[in-house]
Design a protein around this ligand. Structure first.
Ligand code: FAD
Ligand code: SF4
Length: 499
């Protein structure tokens, strides 16, 4: 077992392995575990630092500083600057996500086959998802972890008669509703990849290289033979020694939707589809204001969800407990008015949507070599976005809310039940909404045609050898459900096919 971390200039690190896997999030760690289980020597290279759960931050600001990519500053370049949230730490975005586990819907495999010529994945991915559910102790949210916010959502759903067979499964072991998923689960109940797969890779003899942002892939002719970069100090943010990790069998890139395409660009690959077909599930929240205290931060961060609207209008609904500093940023006003609004804190709860947006954007490389995300929701997607807000508002009222706070510029701060119809005519301009992108897809999409895809259906990059992509960037469509299970399933299938 070995862990190589930041090294000062002059202490260059070089080593050789069967496989070098770049990125320790959902895709990378899952792929590395498959390779290590097959007895192969593996280096797992991670740009971020190892964080012990005891040292996870306890505030939203600390989470941005210690756990997120670019201090949370990545935003879409387009009509609105919406944050693109991803993590940069061992475990990747699984450390800061809500651990919701949803199997890949079968219509997605049919869509991949019809539109992208990718067959032969469904049975293999579903088999991996069976095992992943055991490895990551997937469980239903238990009654003691629900909290009042999730119970109210269930009440609203029942009152509206939404039929949703979707059980709320999460990668947790005994979650008791501490409500800190987004800042990292310091009680280790969330089974993020830093808790499960990374330690397993180390136990099986793998090497973890941290604080090590890969600059580029090394090639001999058209064969990938390793990666190189320079260590980066996690606090000083200064550069250290260089590292060169050779791979005798293959390099696996799983550095996320924004970073994987840019690593390939920095490596000199010129594929026509590289960086294209970026997609996301942009989402926003609607606050409900209740007479009784709700205390949304008691209970699972996201303990209720509905896929009833996945096909029409095309979105997913979820509860989402956010920390007080983020709530405060949504309550407008000043002086006495702001203090009165803040005093409502215990009576407010947020439910959100994730829109199954069709809009395609693009990832490019800045002058400094960093990812830039170009993305503006088109009108049909903005209509879905607005329809989701209407559903959330109606659900709050069905659950007994006395008002909702929609957070739309130019609209009243609060809407009472008889004003909910105003939302039907809410603006379709992205600038009027506070939204984020947390489920990302594309940039290195898989497909049959090298003009419109970057990899084949096994994640192998077209036109070169020994180079595989194994993260959300290969996914050529949106999913309409939370993506971690699909990403891990694909990554493990690709890894298994490599060995
Ligand atoms: C707030 C939030 C909540 C979410 N909740 C859920 C949920 O409940 N359920 C669900 O299914 N999905 C959820 N998601 C989405 C899910 O977490 C991601 O889709 C998934 O983790 C993406 O996997 P990935 O392997 O593509 O990338 P990541 O998990 O982001 O991993 C990429 C890794 O690569 C590293 N890296 C980047 N560049 C380099 C480089 N140059 N060199 C070395 N390493 C590099 C990064 O530091 C990171 O560790 C959520 C996302 C967010 C932001
Ligand atoms: S809700 Fe709390 S206990 Fe449960 S997984 Fe999230 S952070 Fe951990």
């Amino acid at each position: 077992m070995s862990h190589v971390s930041f090294r000062e200039k002059g202490q260059d690190f070089e080593a050789s392995f069967d496989f070098v896997v770049v990125g320790s999030g959902a895709g990378g760690a899952a792929a590395a575990a498959t390779l290590a289980r097959a007895g192969r020597s593996v280096a797992l290279v991670e740009a971020g630092a190892w964080r012990d759960p005891d040292d996870y931050p306890h505030s939203a600001y600390g989470g941005l500083r210690d756990l997120t990519d670019a201090w949370g500053s990545q935003v879409t370049m387009g009509r609105a600057l919406w944050p693109v949230v991803q993590a940069r730490t061992v475990g990747g975005t699984t450390v800061i996500n809500s651990a919701i586990c949803v199997r890949t819907p079968s219509d997605i495999f049919r869509q991949w086959e019809a539109e992208h010529g990718i067959s032969d994945l469904e049975a293999a991915v579903l088999k991996k998802q069976d095992q992943l559910e055991r490895d990551l102790s997937v469980e239903e949210v238990q009654p003691n972890a629900l909290g009042r916010a999730n119970l109210l959502a269930i009440k609203g759903e029942a009152a509206l008669g939404w039929a949703d067979p979707h059980p709320m499964l999460r990668y947790t072991r005994g979650c008791d509703g501490g409500g800190m998923c987004l800042q990292g689960c310091s009680t280790r109940k969330k089974q993020s990849t830093n808790i499960v797969f990374v330690p397993e890779v180390l136990r099986l003899g793998g090497t973890l290289v941290t604080c090590a942002p890969v600059d580029r892939v090394l090639f001999e002719g058209t064969k990938a033979v390793g990666v190189t970069g320079r260590f980066l100090h996690p606090e000083r943010r200064s550069k250290g020694a260089t590292f060169t990790l050779r791979a005798t069998k293959a390099v696996v890139i799983a550095a996320s939707v924004t970073h994987s395409p840019v690593i390939l660009m920095r490596s000199g690959l010129k594929l026509p589809a590289l960086g294209k077909y970026f997609r996301a599930h942009p989402g926003t929240g609607v606050f409900g204001v209740y007479d009784e205290p709700v205390d949304m931060n008691i209970g699972a961060t996201q303990g209720w969800a509905s896929t009833a609207f996945r096909q029409t209008p095309g979105l997913k609904l979820e509860t989402l407990a956010i920390p007080p500093e983020l709530v405060a940023s949504r309550l407008s006003g000043g002086g006495v008015q702001l203090m009165e609004r803040l005093a409502q804190y215990r009576h407010i709860t947020m439910w959100c949507h994730a829109v199954r947006a069709e809009t395609a954007g693009r990832v490019t490389r800045s002058l400094f070599g960093n990812p830039v995300v170009h993305y503006t929701l088109d009108r049909p997607d903005m209509e879905r976005f607005r329809a989701g807000m209407v559903l959330l508002a109606r659900q709050h009222f069905a659950a007994g809310a006395r008002a909702v706070i929609p957070g739309i510029a130019g609209m009243p701060y609060e809407l009472s039940p008889d004003q909910v119809g105003l939302l039907d005519d809410a603006p379709l301009d992205p600038q009027k909404y506070i939204a984020i992108l947390s489920h990302l897809f594309g940039g290195c999409v898989m497909g049959k045609d090298a003009q419109t895809s970057v990899t084949d259906g096994n994640g192998r990059v077209h036109g070169v050898q020994h180079l595989v992509i194994a993260d959300a960037s290969v996914i050529p469509t949106n999913l309409g459900v939370n993506p971690q299970h699909t990403i891990m399933g694909l990554a493990q299938v690709f890894a298994e096919r490599l060995v």
